[in-house]
Design a binder for this molecule. Structure first.
Ligand code: PLP
Length: 392
C-alpha cells in the first residue's frame, strides 16, 4: 500500500459540505433520531407530470441510444426559445450545450481557463465547487466578498478592483447560493461597463436559480448584455426550476469561439446525457409552467415566515433573501462559531444546517438554512433552534 503516486491536483480538490452533513443526518436518522434537515439543497416540489410522462414514453419507445454530444437538437432549440421568451434574447441553438446536471459546466470552464499563473475570481461566500475547481485547475483562486450589509448582493467595484492582467475568468452567481443575494441591474450595468476595459476576461454566470426570486422584477441575466456575449458562459438547468436534481440535466450557453472546445470536453467526459432525461427536460420547457409558479409562491411564504422567526430571536440577524431557497443569518451573537453551531445543533437537537465557512472564509459567523421542506418541518426546526439558543 501507499506506493501509489497521485497527481498533486487531486489533493487540491475540495468538496461540498452539504453532502457531508446530509450523510451525517441520514446516519442519525437511521439510528432512530428524528432529524429536521434544514441543510437540504433541492426543492421539495415535484417535477412537472409532463416531464415524467415524456421520460417514461422515451424509455418505452426505445430511445435508449446515444444522442449528439451537445444534446438533442430539439432540446437545444427549446432552450434557445425559452431564453428568448423569458429574457428577450436571441441565442443560436448551436451555442447551447446540454450536460449531465449543471456542475460539469463549472468543470469545463475551469479546465478551459485555469492553469498555473492564471487567476480566477469567485464569490465568497459562494457555492463551494467554484473554489474547489479553481484550485484543481492550478489557477490562483481570488475571492471577492459579498457583504451582509448589501443583502449579499454583488458590489461591482469589489470585483473590478481585483482584476489583474492574470485574470482569465470571473464567476458570478445570482440569485446566489448560499445567501439568496441577487445582483441589482444597476450593479450589473456597472460591472459590464468595467469589464469592457478588460477584454481578455471571460465570465461564467451561474443562473441556476434564475426562476426563483421574490421581488416583482426578475433578476437581470448577463445574457442581456450583447457587449460581452463573445466571452460569456451561462450555466443553468432543470435541477432547481423543475425540481429535477436527480435527473442530472443542465444546460449552458457558450461563446461561438469555445463551442468546439466544449464539444471535445463533453466527448472526452460523458459523451451525451441520458436520452430519456433529455426528453423529460424538453417536455418541462414546453409544457405548462404552473409547477414553477406554485413552487416559487410557496417558497415566498416560507421565506417571510422564516426570516420573521429568526429576527424575533436576539441571537440572529437575518437579511431577507432575494432569491433561491436559503437564508444566511448572522449568528455571531450566539458566541459560537458557525462550525460549532452546526455540529452542536445536529447533536443536541437533531437539526441539520450548514456552517457558513463551508462556503468560504467570509461565511464565518453565518449559517445556511434551507426552506426547501414543508412548513410544519421548518416550524419544528425553528422551535428546536429557539430552544437551542435559549440554552446557550
Ligand atoms: N450552481 C449552484 C449555485 C448550485 O447551488 C447548484 C446545486 O446546488 C448547482 C450549480 C449544481 O446544479 P446541478 O445539480 O444541476 O449540477
Amino acid at each position: 500500500m501507499n506506493e501509489l503516486t497521485l497527481a498533486a491536483r487531486v489533493e487540491r480538490l475540495g468538496t461540498e459540505s452539504a453532502f457531508d452533513v446530509l450523510m451525517r443526518a441520514n446516519r442519525l436518522a437511521a439510528e432512530g433520531r428524528d432529524i429536521v434537515n434544514l441543510g437540504i439543497g433541492q426543492p421539495d416540489a415535484k417535477p412537472p407530470a409532463t416531464a415524467i410522462e415524456a421520460a417514461r414514453k422515451a424509455l418505452r419507445d426505445g430511445d435508449h441510444g446515444y444522442t449528439e454530444p451537445p444534446g438533442l437538437p430539439a432540446l437545444r432549440e427549446a432552450v434557445a426559445a425559452d431564453l428568448d421568451r423569458r429574457l428577450g434574447v436571441d441565442v443560436a441553438p448551436d451555442r447551447v450545450f446540454v450536460t449531465p446536471g449543471a456542475k460539469p459546466v463549472m468543470f469545463f470552464a475551469m479546465l478551459m481557463f485555469g492553469e498555473s499563473g492564471a487567476e480566477i475570481l469567485y464569490p465568497d461566500p459562494g457555492f463551494p465547487i467554484y473554489r474547489s475547481m479553481i484550485d484543481f485547475s492550478g489557477a490562483g483562486a481570488i475571492p471577492y466578498r459579498l457583504e451582509e450589509s448589501r443583502g449579499f448582493s454583488l458590489d461591482p467595484e469589489s470585483v473590478l478592483e481585483q482584476v489583474t492582467e492574470r485574470t482569465r475568468l470571473i464567476i458570478l452567481n445570482s440569485p446566489a447560493n448560499p445567501t439568496g443575494g441577487v445582483t441589482a441591474r444597476k450593479d450589473m450595468d456597472r460591472l459590464v461597463e468595467g469589464l469592457l476595459e478588460h477584454p481578455q476576461v471571460a465570465v461564467l454566470t451561474d443562473e441556476i436559480y434564475d426562476r426563483i426570486y421574490f421581488d416583482e422584477r426578475r433578476p437581470p441575466s448577463l445574457l442581456e448584455y450583447p457587449e460581452i456575449r463573445d466571452r460569456l458562459i451561462v450555466l443553468n438547468g432543470w435541477s432547481k426550476t423543475y425540481a429535477m436534481t436527480g435527473w442530472r440535466l443542465g444546460y449552458s450557453v457558450w461563446p461561438c469561439e469555445l463551442v468546439d472546445k466544449v464539444l471535445r470536453l463533453a466527448i472526452n467526459c460523458h459523451s451525451c446525457v441520458n436520452t430519456a432525461a433529455q426528453m423529460g427536460g424538453l417536455a418541462a420547457l414546453e409544457g405548462p409552467q404552473d409547477t414553477v409558479s406554485a413552487m416559487v409562491s410557496e417558497f415566498a411564504s416560507r421565506r417571510t415566515r422564516l426570516v420573521d422567526r429568526l429576527n424575533a430571536l436576539s441571537s440572529f440577524s437575518c437579511q431577507p433573501p432575494g432569491g433561491a431557497f436559503y437564508v444566511f443569518p448572522n449568528i455571531t451573537s450566539t458566541g459560537l462559531s458557525g462550525r460549532a453551531f452546526q455540529d452542536r445543533l445536529l447533536a443536541e437537537e437533531g437539526v441539520a444546517l450548514i456552517d457558513g465557512t463551508s462556503f468560504g472564509a467570509a461565511g464565518e459567523g453565518f449559517v445556511r438554512i434551507s426552506f426547501a421542506l414543508d412548513q410544519p418541518r421548518i416550524d419544528e426546526g425553528m422551535d428546536r433552534i429557539a430552544r437551542f439558543v435559549s440554552n446557550l
